[in-house]
Write a protein that binds this ligand. Structure first.
Ligand code: IPM
Ligand code: MN
Length: 369
């Protein structure tokens, strides 16, 4: 199969983890006989430096042409006081919108080898396995009116939380379809005791649910959900929520996996005529400028994002499985970065990438007829 992939390493540790993710992608393509066609583009702070814009037209063009895009991370402290349109994060928001990737899947699971890395008690975390489906192209992130105006005591700032029925419906379908392949349970998260926006959210989710009689639906208010995530994480299967709530809850979910460095994500849009979903794949962790350039970053979130790409954009489930198995093996071997290793000598970003690539070829050799 021909895999036409755009790579956007971005800022901070984005470049380091993306290099390891590509190592693993190249190894997978060569082991399974796929042709890899890679292009590279600019996004975020690095794009502002080179072109003045966080999401240059050239990158837009490349992204629209590619079958899938792999991203590292965006964000640099030097832009902290820049206006929103000149910030690296704006590049990320624009590419999500340009590709209309409205469903962001963030799988959160506990790994046996990492139970002690979680701040929660082992018996609470062990066996947790959920996927957060975060609406990604609506809500407060994009709603208008927005902006800061006025002066002195009258200076005011506005953001708008807006969802249409259509936006809620399409992401809900993604959640219910996913649940069918899992434990058949959707928990929808909102703040319907206060927000009209959430009242519409809940109403539409209930309507969509009526088409999935085999899937159980329950609702949690977002504050309660934040608590249940740490009190009883095993109660969750698919968590469906709007953009900002999903942003916050997915970082909280990261503690269950031992480190935010472990979390991959897949952002999916509508299907193309070929049947494949438009997809943007990125680790959840962000650019972590404090450890950038030191070989300390955990590449497993980025590597997991490659696996997600193979699965969701190309339907290559065996290849994705091979990467998940290889990752698990590396975790068990203890060859992990400092975020997962409070004691003993941690491995570097590149050592972890090498180890996964090597485990992959061993897995392939052992599992091919
Ligand atoms: C994430 C990030 C982004 C978001 C930032 C960098 C704009 O935190 O992907 O979770 O808020 O969506
Ligand atoms: Mn976030």
């Amino acid at each position: 199969m021909k895999l036409n992939v755009l790579v956007l390493p971005g800022d901070g540790i984005g470049t380091e983890v993306t290099a390891e993710a590509l190592k693993v992608l190249r190894e997978t393509a060569s082991l399974y006989g796929h042709q890899l066609v890679l292009s590279e583009g600019l996004l975020g702070g690095v794009a502002i430096h080179q072109t003045g814009m966080p999401f240059p037209d050239e990158t837009r063009k490349l992204a629209l042409e590619a079958d899938a895009t792999i991203m590292g991370a965006v964000g640099l402290p030097e832009f902290d006081n820049a206006p929103p349109e000149k910030r690296p994060e704006r590049g990320l928001l624009e590419i999500r919108k340009a590709l209309e990737v409205f469903a962001n899947l963030r799988p959160v699971r506990s790994y046996k080898a990492l139970l002690n890395s979680s701040p929660l008690k082992n018996h609470l975390v062990d066996g947790a396995d959920m996927i957060i489906v975060r609406e990604l192209t609506g809500g407060l992130y994009y709603g208008t009116p927005r902006g800061i105006s006025g002066n002195g005591n009258e200076e005011r700032a506005v953001n708008t939380m807006v969802y249409t029925r259509r936006e809620i419906e399409r992401v809900s379908h993604v959640a219910f379809q996913l649940a069918r392949k899992r434990r058949k349970k959707v928990t929808s998260v909102d703040k319907s005791n206060v927000l009209e926006n959430s009242q519409l959210w809940r109403k539409v989710v209930v309507e969509v649910a009526s088409g999935y009689g085999d899937v159980q639906l329950d609702h949690l208010l977002v504050d309660n959900c934040a608590m249940q995530l740490v009190l009883s994480p095993k109660r969750f299967d698919v968590v469906l929520t709007e953009n900002l709530f999903g942003d916050i809850l997915s970082d909280e979910g990261a503690v269950l996996a031992g480190s935010i460095g472990m979390l991959p994500s897949a952002s999916l849009g509508d299907k193309r005529p070929s049947g494949a979903s438009v997809g943007l794949y990125e680790p959840v962790h962000g650019s972590a400028p404090d450890i950038a350039g030191q070989g300390k970053a955990n590449p497993l979130g980025a590597i997991g994002s490659v696996a997600a790409m193979l699965e969701y954009s190309f339907g290559l489930t065996d290849e994705a499985r091979a990467i998940y198995e290889a990752t698990e093996e590396i975790l068990n071997s203890g060859k992990v970065t400092a975020d997962l290793k409070p004691e003993g000598k941690p491995a570097s970003t590149a050592e972890v990438g090498d180890a996964v690539a090597k485990a992959l070829s061993a897995y392939k050799a052992a599992n091919s007829k």
